[in-house]
Design a protein. Structure first.
Length: 462
């Protein structure tokens, strides 16, 4: 006998407008511009206004402290924030890829000698981004043409610095090395580890498409090897595509721009697409005219108009909410990393978590995670991914905490400066870092070394 039962369940669903906001939140500047363009094409009720300039200043520590004690808001722009939609419509910068590399190199902590060698090597790269001249000849050219005495080891270390820049693979001396550099940047996984071995150890058979022989030597299943091939085929054979010096390339469009004026920081959202969105005047007029519709065909037209206007309103509100949220997160980030933005020295970087920013501005941690995804900020000295500012805390001998990025940078420097005849083991690196006050276990050093794409000591020996 069948029985009927009444069940009561509580379900929580997201409103379509919330879903749209979350989707827009994780888009970087370039993708947002394309999304707005497509939305305007699909919805005739939506249009863009002309841009208006607007900046948001963060004052110095004394002014901030005074405001906190007085209970006033931290940021001066706590009025109606709708004007965040009309940020500076900055013209995109263009520069040659060599200038872009030189800009990245300026962020490295190099000696005057190293800077000169790095700059010369960047100029010696081929249009495809390869270094086709032997380091011995580079050293001779530096001595003859620029009266700069350098050793092949110094040139090698300078080349290593270039190979850590973007795009991955730049500064490689051949295709094999370029592919290896690109694979080093990828997050380690069984497939990536196998791809590294294929390119590093079995490159000639790979180039000759002797895939069965490689599978046999590496003891790989055919279906797994297909996944390995798929990863390798995603790599670029040339680090620089269309890299002739006469052709400028588009810089990565930053999601934020930070300008320093005295002791204050101006935070802007320099998206060329972020002009004000509004309902088209013609649609507002049509809505008024058709509200008195009596015939069926007029009612259908009215429903179409109302649907498009509602869709446009939701989209405008989602974009506005996105800009307000991003600006609040960036303002909080600048406050937390004020020392770094003042000096732009990695040593000044503080340990920081997503939770700290989320609690500071009163949002969920997942919102911060979406907001920083694929986002970048441009300062006077260069371009930084927002993920760069978040790192775990590591202890020091003095009892203070330091950002893991500071330790990783020092680890890379120690390996770059080592004697390639007797490279440092992980145990030796632990000792060297401990002398400088950093307390790390050997497995932590090994993990950081692998994350940097650096091989163990026996593979670094020359």
């Amino acid at each position: 006998m069948q029985k009927l039962r009444t069940l009561q369940r509580l379900k929580q669903g997201l409103h379509p407008q919330q879903i749209q906001f979350m989707n827009l939140l994780q888009l970087p500047a370039g993708d947002l511009s394309e999304k707005i363009r497509k939305e305007i094409e699909e919805n005739p009720a939506l249009e863009q206004e002309e841009p208006r300039d607007s900046s948001h200043f963060l004052k110095d520590d004394e002014e901030q402290a005074g405001k906190k004690q007085a209970g006033a808001p931290i940021y001066p722009a706590e009025k109606k924030r709708d004007h965040f939609l009309y940020e500076a419509d900055l013209r995109p910068h263009t520069e040659s890829w060599r200038e872009e590399l030189e800009g990245q190199a300026r962020l490295l902590h190099l000696s005057a000698q190293e800077k000169k060698i790095v700059t010369y090597l960047i100029g010696a790269l081929s249009p495809a981004g390869y270094l086709e001249t032997r380091l011995e000849l580079i050293v001779a050219e530096l001595a003859l043409l620029h009266d700069l005495a350098a050793t092949p080891q110094e040139a090698g270390r300078a080349l290593h610095h270039i190979q850590q820049l973007d795009p991955p693979g730049v500064g490689a001396r051949n295709l094999q090395e370029s592919l290896q550099l690109q694979l080093q940047r990828k997050k380690s996984s069984p497939t990536i580890k196998a791809a590294r071995e294929v390119i590093g150890t079995h490159f000639l058979p790979f180039a000759k498409r002797q895939y069965p022989a490689i599978c046999a030597k590496m003891k790989l299943a055919p279906h797994f090897f297909q996944e390995v091939l798929k990863e390798i085929r995603q790599l670029k054979p040339q680090p620089i595509i269309g890299g002739a010096d006469a052709s400028p390339i588009q810089r990565l469009e930053a999601d934020f721009l930070i300008r320093r004026q005295g002791k204050r920081f101006a935070v802007e959202i320099p998206e060329s697409s972020k002009r004000g969105l509004r309902i088209h005047d013609a649609y507002e007029t049509l809505l008024k005219n058709y509200k008195k519709a009596k015939e069926k065909h007029e009612e259908k037209v009215l429903a179409f108009i109302v649907k498009n206007i509602q869709r446009a309103k939701w989209f405008i509100q989602a974009v506005e909410q996105r800009h307000r949220t991003l600006l609040r997160i960036m303002e909080a980030l600048v406050e937390e990393q004020r020392a770094f933005f003042s000096e732009e020295d990695i040593k000044a970087l503080r340990p920081l978590t997503l939770r700290q920013i989320a609690e500071r501005i009163g949002v969920d941690m997942s919102t911060v995670s979406r907001a920083i995804r694929r986002k970048s900020v441009r300062t006077e000295k260069g371009l930084y991914r927002l993920k760069f500012f978040f790192s775990e805390a590591l202890p020091t001998k003095t009892g203070q905490q330091v950002s893991s990025r500071t330790v990783k940078k020092r680890l890379r420097d120690l390996i770059a400066q080592e004697d390639k005849g007797t490279p440092h083991t992980d145990e030796a690196l632990v000792g060297l870092l401990e002398r400088e006050g950093f307390l790390l276990a050997r497995r932590t050093v090994a993990k950081y070394r692998e994350q940097a794409g650096l091989p163990p000591s026996y593979r670094r020996r020359e």
